[in-house]
Structures are given as C-alpha cells and as structure tokens.
Design a protein around this ligand. Structure first.
Ligand code: AMP
Length: 423
C-alpha cells in the first residue's frame, strides 16, 4: 500500500496555488488597510497554554488536541487555534508597553483531531485578527467590518452576520444558572452529549448540533435578558454601528442570534459568526468575539481584546467554483535543435529568467517531442535554439497560444521579447 496523506489532511497542488494566494491576499490587504500588522507564533506550544485559555471542558481540549511528550519530557500540543498563542506572544514580548491597541493578524495551519467530513479537516488554515488593548465597542465593530470586507472581496454570496452578547463572567454565571433551571425540565429528552454538557458547561447546550436539543433550545432564556447595564450599552452601541453599515451597504445583513455562544470558554460580551447558506452544514465561515479576561488568565496585565478566526479552506472551496485557473505558468520553452547546444541553451535560459521571462528548457528528445512538451505545458511560446540562430545572434520565437506567428528577435535585445509576450 503506498503512503497516503494522513486522514483529514490534504495536499495543495500547483493548480490551486493561485486560489490560495487570492484568499491570502484578500485577508492580508484588508488587515493592512485597517492598520493591522502580521504576527507569527510557533505551530506548537506547551499544552497548558490551551488548557488554560481554550478551556479544560471544551471539545478542543478534551478530544481534539494533538498532544505529546517531546524528547525532553515537555507536554506539547499542535495549536488548535491561534488566539492563545498570540496572547502568549503579546505578554512575553512586552507588547503591552507599546501603543495600544495592538492590531495584529496571523495566518497559518491549525490542527484538530476531528472526525473528517466536508469542510472539516485535521490540518486546516486560519486567518485571524486580534485587536488587543481596547475595550470600546468601536473595535468590535472594526473587526466585524474587516471580516465583512474580506468576504466581500472574495465575493461570498448570502453571507449573514450572527451576533450576540454573553455579558461578563458575573452575568454568565447568573445566566448559566437560569439555563440549568430551564434544561433540567428536559434533561431526560436531551441526547447523552448534551446531558454531559448540562453539568459541566450548560451554555454549550445552546451550541448543540443535535436536532432534539435545537428544538428544546428554541424557548431557552436569552443571554441578552441577563447581561449587566454596561454590557447592554456595549451591545447596543455595536448594533448602532451595524445598523449604520446595513443602511450604507445593502448586501450587509445581520441578525441577533440568541443561541450563539461560541465553543470556547474565554469569550465575553460580543460574540459573532458569519454564516453562508451555500456551504451547507459547515456554513460557519468565521467566528470571533471579545475575550477581555484572557490576557490576565495567562498572567498578563488586565487587557481587553477582541478578534476573529476565519477558515481558509471553506473560502478556497467556495472560490474554486467560480474561478478559472490560470494555466499559463511558463512563458518560454527552449527547443534545443542540437544537443551540443545544451550548455549555451542553459545560459540563454538564465538570461531570459534574469529578465523575468519564465523559462524551461525542453527535455533531451526529438524536436517534435520537445514541441509537444511546450504545447502540453501551455507555454506561451517556443524558442528555437540552433546553430543558424546563434550564428546570426538571434532567437526564433514561435507563439503557441491564440496567435501562432514566428518572430525573430535579436539575442541582445530581450526587451523586444518581453513586448511580444505582453502583446
Ligand atoms: P473556531 O476556531 O472553531 O471558532 O473556527 C473558526 C473558523 O475556522 C470556522 O468558522 C471554520 O471556518 C474554520 N474551522 C474550524 N475548524 C475547522 C476544521 N476542522 N476544518 C476546517 N476549517 C475549520
């Protein structure tokens, strides 16, 4: 049996590079327009970091982390998400001593041992935004708007922002008690996974994907009825901004989703997700929220923060449906008519590459087979290198795409060649 990529992972093949770049470019350019700067942290961290931040009772920490003892006996985990790593880096590198808020973005692979299914992988990529050091709802709106701008550039249809507020930890405690009271009436009807959540983290029952639980949750108490005045004002201020955006941009739609609590323990106040109908059951394109307590939990100064993470694979898969892949990745294939000209051909190829002409030398085969090779890889042109051409200090270029002219150019005037390629 030949080796295969591990379950839940995949290869990004050359034809797909352009789409991946397009998504990455949309993310990076938008983040930079809002004054965000790139940060990169290691793909593995001490396991304790995720236990403290993501939360001991979450699916991620309980079931999905790739954790192992390294050769030095350190318990290490591949990162399942990157907010924890960014916050660790923020504290460790003393970024709280710089002008706040720190506007940061990241991009890279994440790892979760999940049951692989469409749109759900064990190694996947996330682009994320973290705005650390500002408590105002203005920045909640800012990160939501960054996400919206990225999705717009990528031409996502039918995207809806779901938003909710969880209030602060005190509010959450009261709310959890209220939820427990509500669900205790239906405890026997709840599926086993949700019965377990009832004891450990009742809020996450609202997040359940089980049909019965979704039905039962329809009349559950709403977080917004339990949050403090301060959290309410924060929420209303964000909503004013969102209303303003929808009045200017008719494509922007949002709804208050009372069941939205997000899976991770560290969120407070604003939580949000963008969902798309076209993605089916894996419809969540990105999610985020405020996580004011996190930096302090990690031993830093009390520093409010808000951010989101976007799954790149889902954006890439969606884009694949609408994009024609550029097949033209080579400008020139050198057809070497005599094998004794191979060394000279290699020099000519280098000269062309120095002028940014993408060049391959055809394999040592018959001229006919070399031409077939040039056509098969969709080269823009074939360049004949023979004794006659070299004596006359010329390159003989045959265009292979729409036009099929043959043109001679001076070997010392490559700019002429560039003009032909771009015409
Ligand atoms: P989360 O960190 O769970 O809030 O996820 C944020 C975004 O990352 C989701 O909305 C997805 O787009 C993406 N995502 C999360 N888990 C996976 C996965 N296993 N495979 C692919 N994308 C994922």
């Amino acid at each position: 049996m030949p080796f295969q990529a591990p379950r839940g992972t995949f290869d990004i093949l050359p034809d797909e590079e352009e789409i991946w770049n397009k998504v990455q470019q949309a993310c990076f350019e938008t983040a930079r327009l809002f004054g965000y700067r790139y940060i990169e942290t290691p793909v593995f961290e001490e396991s304790g970091l995720f236990q403290r931040t993501v939360g001991e009772n979450t699916d991620i920490v309980e079931k999905e982390m790739y954790s192992f003892d390294d050769k030095g006996g350190e318990n290490i985990s591949l990162r399942p998400e990157n907010t924890a790593g960014v916050c660790r880096a923020f504290i460790e590198n003393g970024l709280h001593n710089t002008t706040l808020p720190s506007r940061l973005f990241y991009y890279g692979p994440m790892f979760r041992y999940e049951r692989p299914q469409s749109g759900r992988y064990r190694q996947f990529h996330q682009f994320g935004i973290e705005c650390i050091g500002e408590a105002s709802p203005d920045v909640d709106y800012e990160v939501i708007k960054i996400a919206w701008d990225v999705l717009k550039i990528l031409d996502f249809g039918n995207v809806v922002l779901n938003v909710n507020s969880l209030g602060d930890s005190q509010d959450r405690y009261l709310y959890s008690e209220e939820l427990k009271k509500y669900y205790s009436k239906y405890l026997n009807d709840l599926p086993r996974v949700d019965q377990l959540r009832f004891e450990r983290s009742p809020l996450r029952i609202l997040d359940s994907k089980e049909d019965i639980t979704i039905k039962i949750s329809e009349d559950a108490p709403k977080t917004l009825d339990f949050i403090s005045t301060e959290s309410s004002i924060h929420h209303e201020n964000l909503i004013l901004n969102l209303d303003q955006l929808s009045s200017i941009d008719k494509e922007f739609k949002y709804k208050i989703n009372h069941r939205l609590v997000r899976g991770l323990d560290y969120y407070n106040k604003t939580v949000f997700e963008y969902t798309s109908d076209s993605l089916g059951p894996q419809g969540v394109l990105l999610g985020g929220g405020r996580y004011d307590p996190l930096i302090k939990i990690l031993g830093g100064q009390d520093t409010p923060a808000v951010g989101f993470a976007m799954g790149i694979e889902r954006a890439v898969n969606e884009l694949k449906k609408n994009i024609d892949i550029e097949k033209n990745y080579v400008d020139a294939v050198l057809i070497v008519t005599n094998d004794d000209l191979r060394i000279q051909s290699a020099q000519i190829a280098n000269n062309l590459r120095n002028h940014k002409i993408r060049t391959i030398i055809a394999p040592r085969k018959s001229i006919k087979a070399q031409m077939r090779f040039a056509n098969n890889i969709n080269s823009k042109c074939a360049v004949f290198i023979g004794h006659d051409e070299l004596e006359a200090n010329k390159l003989s270029i045959k265009l292979l795409q729409e036009k099929s002219e043959q043109i001679d150019i001076d070997l010392n005037d490559i700019s002429q060649f560039k003009k032909i390629l771009s015409s």
